[in-house]
Design a protein around this ligand. Structure first.
Ligand SMILES: *[C@@H]1O[C@H](CO)[C@@H](O)[C@H](O)[C@H]1NC(C)=O
Ligand SMILES: *[C@@H]1O[C@H](CO)[C@@H](O)[C@H](O)[C@H]1NC(C)=O
Ligand SMILES: *[C@@H]1O[C@H](CO)[C@@H](O)[C@H](O)[C@H]1NC(C)=O
Ligand SMILES: *[C@@H]1O[C@H](CO)[C@@H](O)[C@H](O)[C@H]1NC(C)=O
Ligand SMILES: *[C@@H]1O[C@H](CO)[C@@H](O)[C@H](O)[C@H]1NC(C)=O
Ligand SMILES: *[C@@H]1O[C@H](CO)[C@@H](O)[C@H](O)[C@H]1NC(C)=O
Ligand SMILES: *[C@@H]1O[C@H](CO)[C@@H](O)[C@H](O)[C@H]1NC(C)=O
Ligand SMILES: *[C@@H]1O[C@H](CO)[C@@H](O)[C@H](O)[C@H]1NC(C)=O
Ligand SMILES: *[C@@H]1O[C@H](CO)[C@@H](O)[C@H](O)[C@H]1NC(C)=O
Ligand SMILES: *[C@@H]1O[C@H](CO)[C@@H](O)[C@H](O)[C@H]1NC(C)=O
Ligand SMILES: *[C@@H]1O[C@H](CO)[C@@H](O)[C@H](O)[C@H]1NC(C)=O
Ligand SMILES: *[C@@H]1O[C@H](CO)[C@@H](O)[C@H](O)[C@H]1NC(C)=O
Length: 766
C-alpha cells in the first residue's frame, strides 16, 4: 500500500491535494441478526450480570462489554485488558446524548536529520472505524511542520475512493504565530468529508526538511478532535504525542427513518419517555429522553422523571408559588386567593380582587363577632347580676331560713307552702298589671293572679321589709302555713326572690266585710249573716289565741281584714302584723301597730301587747256589724267621731236601737241584738283584764246562733219580747242627744283628734 501511495504522491503531489473526488459512498450498515425485543430494563441488565464500567470508563447501554449486555455486536466494547477497546481503538468516552464515541488515533509522521536523511516513519497510518464513521463536524485533518504536506486518502470497500490534504511551508520560526492558532503557517487544518470510516493519513516533505532542518525536523499529519487539540509553536521543533483523540459518530443502525422504526416496536430501540432523532451516521437514529426526563433512553425504564422542583434552576416557579413535580413536567401553583401561572416569565402570582373583598368581609365579620359577643357577654353579665340580686333577695328575705324551717316540718305541711319563682308570679299577675289590683293600702298591694294551672290566687306585694323583721316574717309564714282553719285565708306560698317578699293566698271572691257593711254592694248583709260572721271571726281569733300550737295575736282585727266568700263565710286575713306569743309570756312589748279606731287604748298607753288587744278590736268590729257605721268619722261632731266611744255612750244610755244599722230588720231579734251589743260592750272595756277572752266571746256567739237555730223552726220572730221592749223604751227620738251625754268619762285617753290624724305613720309601720 505504501508503494501505491508513494507512487500516487510522486505523480501528482499537488494536484491530488486540490482535487476532491466525490464518490457516492454507500455505507453498508450491517445489522445484527439477533432478534431484539423492545428495549431492556435496568433490571434485565443486572440479571445478565452486566457491568457498566470498564476501567474508569462508563459503558452505557446499548454499549456493553459482555454478551447480552449490548444491543448488537456493533456496540461491543472489548474490556478484557481492563481497558476499553472498540475493535483496535482505545475508547476514551461514550456519549449517549451526542451519539459519539471518543477514541485515540495514531499520528503519521515523517522525520529527517540535518542532512535530509529520512529518519523514521510509522507504518500504521490507516484507520478503520467499521460502522461508526469519523465525525466530520468534531474532527479536523491537521498537519504540523514547515516543509510539510498531509495527505488523507479515503477508501471505499478497500479501494481508493478520493483524497484530500493540507500543505504547510515556512522559511523560519519567526513566521509561525505565537498565539497558538493553526492558521496555515507551521500548522494546517482542513475539514473532512462525512461518513468516513476507512482512511489513510500520510505526512510528507517536499525537500527532506533540508531548508528547515535547523528548526523543523519532522512533518506530522493526523485527524484530531478539533476541540481537544491546541497548536503550540513548539510543536514545530518537538511534537512528542503518539496519539490524539478522535470522535466517532454512532447510532442505532437501522435502514429506516425514526417514523418507520417506531412502527416496529420489537426492533425499536428507544425506551419509554424518549424521542427518536436522526443520527449523523446516515441511516440510523438516536434516542434521547424526552424533556423533563433524563437517563438512558435506550433502556425502557431508563428515562427518569426530573424533579424540577428540587432544583431552582430547573423550574420557573416564582418564590411565593408552590412547585409541584409532575411526570415529565412540573406545575407552579399560586397560594390561595392568588391567581396566575406562578411562573417567572409567565403571569406570576397576583392577589385576587376577591381577596380584597374577602379581607373587607373578614374585617366586617370580625367586628360583628366582637359586637355580638360583647353584647352577649354584657347580657350574660347582666343576667348573672340579676340572678345574684335574686339570690341576695332570697337570702335577705330569709329564704334559706324558711327552707330550713320547712324542712323540719312534716312532709305534708311542706307541700302546703310553695316557694314560687319570680317569673311564675310575674306571669300570673300579667307583670303586675294595674287592672289586676284588688286592694291596696299601707300593707302593700294585692293583685289577682292566675297561676299556670288556672287557679285564681291573691298575690300580696308587701312593703319594704325591715331586715330585723325577717325572722318573724319567716315564722309567720311557717305558722300560717300550718293554720288550716276554714275561716282563715289560706296561704299558698311565697316568693322570696324580690326585694320584698310576695305572698300568695287563696283568692276570696266576695270582698271584705267592710265593703258589705258599708253598702258597697247593693245587697245588704242579713242579721243572720252578720251574726254568723261575728261568730266565725270570734272562733278564728279564739283558735289563734289558744288552739294553735303557738298563740298568735292577730293585732289588726278590723272589717277590712275579714273577707267573705260566695257563701258569706268569713275569712280572716292579713296576718302581716301578727305576733307569735311565746308560751311563757302572756304579754309582749312591741312597736305599736294596728289601725286607728280598732286600736286597744290600753295597748296604746302601755305598749304591752296581749291577746286582749284582739278582743278590743273584735269588739269594734261587732259594733260595726251592729251599727253599720264607720269606726272613725271625721266629718261628724267630735263626740261621734269614734264609733266605739259613741257606741258605749249609747249603750250606757240604753239607746242601742238608735245606733243599730237601719238595714237590719230589728223585729224578733232585739234580744239577740242586745246580747251581741253587750258582748261588744264588754270587749270594749278599757282595762284589758276585764275583757272576756276570745274563747268566751266565741262561745257566747255560738250559743246565740244555736239558740236561734232551735228557736227558729216554730217561733217566727218575737216582735214583742220583753227585753226588746225594755231596750227600745220608746226613746228613738232622743237618740242623738242622749247617747253622747256621758261619753267623755267612759273612755280613757287615746282617741282625741290629734291622735286620729296620726293614722298614717302608725299604719305604715309594716
Ligand atoms: C482512572 O482514574 C484514576 C483517577 O481518577 C486514575 O488515577 C487512573 O489512572 C485511571 N485509570 C485509567 C485506566 O485510566
Ligand atoms: C479482545 O481483545 C483481546 C486482545 O486485546 C483479544 O485477544 C480478544 O480476542 C478480544 N475479544 C474479542 C471478543 O474480540
Ligand atoms: C466490496 O469488496 C468486496 C470484495 O472485496 C466485494 O465483494 C463487494 O461487492 C464490494 N462492495 C462494493 C460496494 O464495492
Ligand atoms: C528569518 O528570515 C528572515 C528573512 O528571511 C531573517 O531576517 C531572519 O533573521 C530569519 N530568522 C531566523 C531565526 O533565521
Ligand atoms: C531526499 O531523500 C531521498 C532518499 O533519502 C532522496 O532520494 C532524495 O533525493 C532526497 N531529496 C532531496 C530533495 O534531497
Ligand atoms: C521534546 O519535548 C520533550 C517533552 O515535551 C522533551 O522531553 C524533549 O527533550 C524535547 N526534545 C527536544 C529536541 O527539544
Ligand atoms: C435500505 O433502504 C433502501 C431504501 O429504503 C433500500 O434500497 C436498501 O436495500 C436498504 N438496505 C438495507 C440493508 O436494508
Ligand atoms: C420487526 O423487527 C424484527 C426484528 O428486527 C423483525 O424480525 C420483524 O420482522 C420486524 N417486523 C416488521 C413488521 O417489520
Ligand atoms: C410543561 O407544562 C407547561 C404548562 O404548564 C407546558 O407549556 C409545557 O409544554 C410542558 N412541558 C412538557 C415537556 O410537557
Ligand atoms: C286555662 O284556661 C284556658 C282558657 O281559659 C285554657 O285554654 C287552658 O287550657 C287552661 N289551662 C289549664 C292548665 O287548665
Ligand atoms: C257575693 O256573693 C253573692 C252570692 O253568692 C253574689 O250574688 C254577689 O255577686 C257576690 N259579690 C261579689 C262582689 O262577688
Ligand atoms: C257555698 O255553698 C255551697 C253549698 O253549700 C257549696 O257547694 C259551695 O262550694 C260553697 N262555696 C264556697 C266558696 O265555699
Amino acid at each position: 500500500m505504501a508503494s501505491w501511495q508513494g507512487m500516487q504522491l510522486k505523480l501528482q503531489p499537488i494536484i491530488m491535494m486540490l482535487v476532491q473526488v466525490q464518490v457516492v459512498v454507500v455505507v453498508i450498515l450491517s445489522f445484527s441478526a439477533a432478534t431484539k425485543a423492545a428495549a431492556p430494563t435496568e433490571a434485565d441488565l443486572k440479571n445478565h450480570g452486566c457491568v457498566n464500567h470498564c476501567g474508569n470508563l462508563s459503558i452505557p447501554y446499548p454499549f456493553g462489554a459482555k454478551e447480552n449486555c449490548y444491543l448488537s455486536e456493533d456496540f461491543f466494547i472489548n474490556c478484557s485488558d481492563s481497558q476499553p477497546y472498540y475493535g483496535d481503538l482505545h475508547v476514551t468516552y461514550i456519549s449517549l446524548d451526542e451519539g459519539e464515541v471518543g477514541i485515540m488515533n495514531y499520528i503519521s509522521h515523517d522525520c529527517y536529520d540535518l542532512f535530509g536523511t529520512p529518519l523514521q516513519s510509522n507504518f500504521y497510518p490507516w484507520l478503520f472505524t467499521a460502522n461508526f464513521p469519523i465525525s466530520s463536524t468534531k474532527n479536523k485533518f491537521t498537519t504540523i511542520g514547515c516543509d510539510t504536506y498531509g495527505y488523507l486518502q479515503i477508501f471505499d470497500n478497500n479501494s481508493f475512493a478520493f483524497a484530500t490534504g493540507c500543505v504547510s511551508s515556512c522559511m523560519n520560526m519567526s513566521y509561525v504565530p505565537d498565539d497558538g492558532s493553526c492558521s496555515g503557517i507551521g500548522c494546517c487544518q482542513t475539514s473532512i468529508p462525512k461518513q468516513l470510516s476507512y482512511i489513510e493519513v500520510d505526512a510528507g516533505s517536499y525537500n527532506n526538511h533540508t531548508d528547515v532542518s535547523d528548526f523543523n525536523p519532522c512533518s506530522y499529519a493526523f485527524v484530531v478532535e478539533e476541540a481537544a487539540f491546541n497548536f503550540s509553536k513548539t510543536y514545530i521543533q518537538n511534537f512528542t504525542e503518539d496519539m490524539v483523540p478522535l470522535v466517532l459518530d454512532w447510532g442505532i443502525l437501522d435502514n429506516e427513518t425514526c417514523d418507520e422504526a417506531k412502527r416496529n416496536l420489537t426492533s425499536y430501540a428507544c425506551g419509554d419517555h424518549s424521542d427518536c432523532y436522526k443520527a449523523e451516521i446516515g441511516h440510523g437514529y438516536l434516542c434521547k429522553c424526552s424533556k423533563g426526563y433524563k437517563g438512558n433512553a435506550y433502556l425502557s425504564d431508563g428515562c427518569k422523571d426530573i424533579d424540577e422542583c428540587a432544583d431552582p434552576n430547573l423550574n420557573q416557579c416564582v418564590e411565593e408559588s408552590k412547585c409541584l413535580n409532575t411526570p415529565g413536567n412540573y406545575t407552579c401553583s399560586c397560594p390561595k386567593r392568588y391567581h396566575g401561572d406562578g411562573k417567572i416569565d409567565g403571569t406570576r402570582c397576583t392577589a385576587d380582587r376577591v381577596l380584597v373583598l374577602q379581607i373587607v368581609i373578614g374585617i366586617a365579620i370580625g367586628v360583628l363577632t366582637v359586637l355580638v359577643s360583647s353584647s352577649w357577654l354584657y347580657w350574660i353579665f347582666n343576667k348573672r347580676k340579676h340572678m345574684k340580686l335574686k339570690e341576695k333577695f332570697f337570702k335577705q328575705n330569709g329564704g334559706l331560713m324558711l327552707k330550713q324551717q320547712l324542712s323540719r316540718l312534716e312532709r305534708s305541711t311542706q307541700e302546703v307552702v310553695k316557694i314560687f319563682t319570680l317569673e311564675e308570679l310575674k306571669r300570673a299577675t300579667n307583670n303586675y298589671d294595674d287592672n289586676r289590683i284588688v286592694g291596696s293600702g299601707g300593707f302593700g298591694t294585692v293583685y289577682r293572679g292566675i297561676l299556670a294551672d288556672n287557679t285564681t290566687v291573691a298575690i300580696k306585694k308587701s312593703q319594704i321589709m325591715n331586715q330585723s323583721q325577717i325572722g318573724q316574717f319567716i315564722n309567720e309564714v311557717v305558722v300560717l302555713s300550718q293554720i288550716n282553719h276554714r275561716n282563715v285565708v289560706k296561704l299558698l306560698g311565697c316568693c322570696l326572690e324580690t326585694q320584698v317578699p310576695l305572698l300568695v293566698y287563696e283568692f276570696i271572691t266576695n270582698g271584705t266585710l267592710f265593703e258589705h257593711i258599708h253598702n258597697h254592694f247593693k245587697v245588704s248583709l242579713s242579721w243572720e249573716n252578720r251574726l254568723r260572721i261575728a261568730a266565725e271571726t270570734a272562733g278564728v281569733l279564739s283558735y289563734l289565741h289558744s288552739a294553735a300550737s303557738i298563740p298568735i295575736i292577730h293585732r289588726d282585727v278590723k272589717s277590712t281584714n275579714i273577707l267573705l266568700d260566695d257563701n258569706y263565710t268569713a275569712k280572716v286575713s292579713d296576718f302581716g302584723a301578727s305576733r307569735l306569743v311565746p308560751l311563757d309570756q302572756d304579754q309582749l312589748a312591741t312597736v305599736m301597730q294596728g289601725t286607728l279606731g280598732y286600736l286597744d287604748p290600753e295597748y296604746m298607753l302601755t305598749n304591752q301587747l296581749t291577746e286582749k288587744s284582739d278582743v278590743y278590736s273584735f269588739g269594734v268590729v261587732l259594733v260595726e256589724l251592729i251599727t253599720g257605721k264607720k269606726v272613725l268619722s271625721f266629718d261628724k261632731p267630735e263626740k261621734e267621731r269614734s264609733l266605739a266611744r259613741y257606741f258605749l255612750s249609747c249603750m250606757k244610755n240604753e239607746r242601742l236601737l238608735h245606733v243599730t244599722d237601719e238595714q237590719i230588720e230589728i223585729e224578733g231579734i232585739v234580744e239577740e241584738l242586745t246580747e251581741v251589743a253587750n258582748i261588744a260592750k264588754r270587749c270594749l272595756i278599757v282595762k284589758g283584764e276585764e275583757r272576756p277572752t276570745m274563747k268566751e266571746v266565741a262561745m257566747e256567739l255560738e250559743g246565740l246562733i244555736n239558740k236561734k237555730m232551735k228557736k227558729h223552726p216554730w217561733v217566727k220572730i218575737d216582735l214583742n219580747g220583753e227585753e226588746s221592749e225594755h231596750l227600745l223604751g220608746g226613746k228613738l227620738s232622743g237618740f242623738e242627744l242622749d247617747c253622747t251625754t256621758s261619753c267623755s268619762n267612759t273612755t280613757t285617753t287615746g282617741y282625741d283628734s290629734v291622735r286620729a290624724h296620726m293614722m298614717l305613720p302608725m299604719d305604715g309601720g309594716r
